[in-house]
Design a protein around this ligand. Structure first.
Ligand code: SF4
Length: 490
């Protein structure tokens, strides 16, 4: 067997989770330069840039949602794919043990987390043979927030505000615009889209995801698709959605379109959205030893140029300090657009915690509390826990519960990303609470504002879903829904 195969795959996983490829870094630098200083988009991109630097410097996960590991493997004819698959699975489990991947694989019926990222269907490993005497492995880590925004259209279709999308390239264009518009706030922007025109429902989605393996600066050999990509980029970046949907000039950093043949009766357009935490790398391995002969997408002989030359949150002087527990007066004084710096106790809670709180009393007193929609990466060091990645998750999933939880338990601030709906907005107004939008994906940045892990409740839900008791200091976020009925998201 190949003695170095396991170590090479492990290196690939760790590097992919912690270091963005140069083409994505370049696109994010360009995005940062495009936003005027002092704007919310500029502040968000500054945090993202620091987060990218922190991740590579400390070999920490760029985003706490390390997503669904998807491997595309090319092997010489005759290679033992059964053995390689087992080695890849073992490397995924080891990267999870080391805290480089979050345990993300749950039983779809019971919700039980396997704890090691292994289970039916996870990780995804696709093999192809080729007539070369080397092994190529590409890996993409695509998180749930952006995966949930993927979309598939069967043309012709009527699209709200965009009219009918016919079976033409203009119809394809409308579908992509619709998908990007719907993704705002859920998949952390600026992001990129991979698109497949045609195929069937399954191959269309797979080919759309395959487009994300293209570098952002490549040139589509098909002139029609090249023009479509350019048209999408210019149209979307004129929409002013911006980073995190805060408004701004850069919403998309890439659009890559491919095409597959289709049945005459079908015309699918499949869109795979990826966020700014666009984690994709690859390696070429020696077919006899499994050692890495070449990295794809990056050149290790080139030094990594930092994204930012000044660490720390770029303050404008208008930031408001909030200390927990929060009073109703302090919360009602806030308005949409305020930038706040939170210090004190914060509790995490996402899907399982919210569902639990609808039927049971909370394990801690939540009066005046800050509830953070976050599934952190947490590692145990001796008797202590340490958070190694802790950015916000998509809040809208908690919309069915949030208003009731605010009302029953006196929560004063909810922190997450992407905003919430009308029920939560009404509860914020009625009971004196705010929604704070943190910067999606900035897992390393926010992990450093966590000064201690003081306890954990509901551990039976697994580490990402448990309720962590955190002490934070200077945790920046933007008020996007206030206690006066205003929402930036609407
Ligand atoms: S950056 Fe945002 S959308 Fe992307 S994986 Fe992280 S939380 Fe999900």
């Amino acid at each position: 067997m190949l003695p170095s195969f396991f170590d090479s795959v492990l290196q690939l996983i760790v590097r992919t989770s912690t270091d963005l490829p140069p083409d994505v870094r370049a696109a994010m630098k360009h995005a940062r330069a495009a936003e005027p200083e002092g704007t919310r988009a500029s502040q968000a991109l500054a945090i993202i840039a620091q987060n990218i630097d922190l991740a590579v410097d400390h070999e920490g996960a760029i985003c706490q949602d390390t997503g669904m590991p998807t491997f595309e493997v090319h092997v010489p004819v005759g290679a033992n794919q059964i053995w390689m698959r087992a080695q890849i699975r073992e490397a995924v489990a080891e990267a999870t043990r080391r805290g480089k991947l979050r345990p993300n694989s749950v039983d779809s019926i019971t919700g039980q987390n396997s704890g090691d990222n292994l289970g039916p269907g996870t990780p995804i490993v696709h093999f192809d043979q080729w007539e070369r005497d080397e092994i190529e492995i590409k890996l993409i880590l695509k998180g749930g927030g952006c995966e949930n925004t993927n979309a598939q259209y069967a043309l012709p279709v009527e699209l709200p505000h965009l009219g009918r999308a016919d079976r033409t390239l203009d119809g394809v264009r409308r579908c992509i615009l619709h998908a990007v518009w719907n993704a705002q706030g859920k998949g952390c922007s600026p992001g990129a889209v991979g698109v497949c025109v045609g195929g069937d429902r399954t191959s269309g989605y797979m080919h759309a995801k395959d487009q994300l393996f293209r570098t952002l600066d490549d040139v589509n050999p098909d002139e029609r698709l090249r023009d479509l990509e350019a048209s999408i980029m210019s149209t979307v970046n004129a929409l002013e959605i911006g980073a995190m949907g805060f408004g701004g000039k850069v919403t998309l950093i890439g659009c890559k379109v491919g095409a597959l043949n289709r049945l005459p009766a079908s015309f699918f357009v499949s869109v795979a959205y990826d966020c700014w935490a666009f984690r994709r790398l690859g390696v070429v391995l020696n077919a006899s030893s499994g050692t890495i002969e070449k990295w794809l997408y990056r050149d290790p002989s080139h030094p990594i140029i930092p994204m930012i030359d000044q660490a720390g949150f770029t303050r404008t002087g208008r930031e408001i300090s909030l200390n927990t527990p929060l009073t109703e007066d302090a919360v009602r004084a806030l308005k949409v657009g305020d930038v706040v710096m939170v210090s004190g106790r914060m509790f995490t809670g996402r899907d399982a915690v919210h569902s639990h709180l609808m039927k049971h009393e909370p394990p801690v007193d939540l009066r005046g509390s800050v509830l953070y929609h976050c599934g952190p990466v947490v590692v145990k060091e001796g008797e202590r826990w340490r958070v190694t990645a802790a950015g916000p998750t998509t809040s809208i999933r908690e919309e069915p519960y949030q208003g009731e939880i605010i009302r029953r338990y006196g929560v004063r601030a909810v922190v997450g990303k992407g905003g919430m709906g009308a029920k939560t907005l009404a509860a914020l107004k009625d009971h004196g609470a705010v929604y704070l939008n943190a910067i999606g994906g900035a897992a390393q940045f926010y992990a450093r504002s966590i000064k201690s892990v003081d306890g954990v409740s509901l551990m039976e839900f697994g580490t990402p879903e448990a309720m962590w008791h955190l002490t934070v200091e200077g945790f920046p976020a933007i008020v996007t829904m206030d206690a006066h009925g205003n929402s930036l998201h609407s």
